[in-house]
Ligand binder design. Structure first.
Ligand code: LHQ
Length: 260
């Protein structure tokens, strides 16, 4: 079913691996299709309570496969190529009401930087780097990179990064708050797996609703956000995990979250 990605579910964690290591996991049309399919599978399966996105081999991903893109020329506009593939993947990660960890094992360039930034928590190996590569080939940012970077680092720094296409190492990305944590390459698997297990044990619906509120707040004023928070809180209040947490608190015992 999957040719350009790997999809695996273990211990309630779905791991999606961009899997074209000989091409630095450069992104293809087929890969976008498979990513959307995998995201739907993650959304559908209640047994999946956390998602990890990573790359096979030494790269996270080098962004759009430039060889494939040359072959696509004349068949669709660049805008349509983005709308049909990249937009769906980016929105898919943002709208998935489950936590998504970006396990950034190596370079993340161009549109793949957008995929990395669309995750909720980013843990990087100190071998990882971040390249807003668009300008290096004379293009403007796409795949949400302009939006995410501006949110994370502010407009002046976002412009500097995007207009120069500079390659940021993991420590600099951490300093700029583009990522959450940097670890030695040998510790990447265990760090991500411990974090994923902590999230899996949590109230998954509440975590998903938290993500919805943050998504909404990013594009709205305080009054609209207050109203949205109130609506979401009605939903969170009705979850089994909320009731369990209150009961556990009153009974002075650890909560057992079902994710519902
Ligand atoms: C690649 C690629 C690649 C194919 C390395 N494609 N083969 C959306 C829609 C429409 C239009 C276009 O764009 C977009 C959004 C985007 O993503 S734009 C940005 C596209 N990506 C790039 O421009 C990045 C190009 N790659 C690089 O700058 C470097 O390869 C990076 C910085 C990613 C990694 O550098 P190194 O670690 O030094 O690796 P390398 O350059 O030696 O690459 C290794 C191999 O991978 C090499 O092939 P070879 O056969 O010589 O071993 C590269 O040709 C291939 N490769 N990126 N995007």
């Amino acid at each position: 079913m999957y040719d350009h990605i790997l999809f695996d579910v273990a211990d309630s964690v779905a791991t999606i691996t961009l899997n074209r290591p000989d091409k630095l996991n450069a992104l293809t049309t087929e890969m976008s299709r498979e990513l959307v399919y995998a995201q739907k599978q993650c959304a559908r399966e209640s047994g999946v309570r956390c998602v990890v996105l990573t790359g096979a081999g030494r790269a996270f991903s080098a962004g759009q496969d430039l060889q494939e893109f040359q072959m696509l020329e004349g068949r669709a506009t660049v805008g349509d190529h983005l709308r049909r593939g990249y937009h769906r993947v980016v929105m898919g990660f943002r709208q998935l009401e489950k936590p998504v960890i970006g396990k950034i094992n190596g370079v993340a360039a161009g549109a793949a930087l957008g995929y990395a930034l669309a995750t909720d928590l980013r843990i990087a190996s100190d071998k990882a780097s971040f390249v807003p590569a668009f300008i290096r080939i004379g293009l403007a940012p796409d795949s949400g990179v302009s939006w995410f970077l501006q949110q994370l680092v502010g407009p002046a720094k976002a412009f500097e990064l995007l207009a120069t296409g500079v390659r940021l190492d993991a420590q600099e990305a951490l300093r700029l708050r583009i990522i959450n944590q940097v670890v030695a390459p040998k510790d990447l698997d265990s760090t991500v797996s411990e974090l994923a297990q902590r999230l899996v044990m949590g109230p998954t619906r509440g975590i998903g609703l938290t993500k919805s509120v943050l998504n909404k707040a990013a594009g709205h004023n305080l009054a609209d956000t207050l109203e949205y928070e109130a609506q979401i809180q009605d939903i969170a209040y009705s979850t089994t995990d909320h009731k369990e947490d209150v009961a556990a608190f009153l009974e002075k015992r650890p909560p057992q979250f079902s994710g519902q």
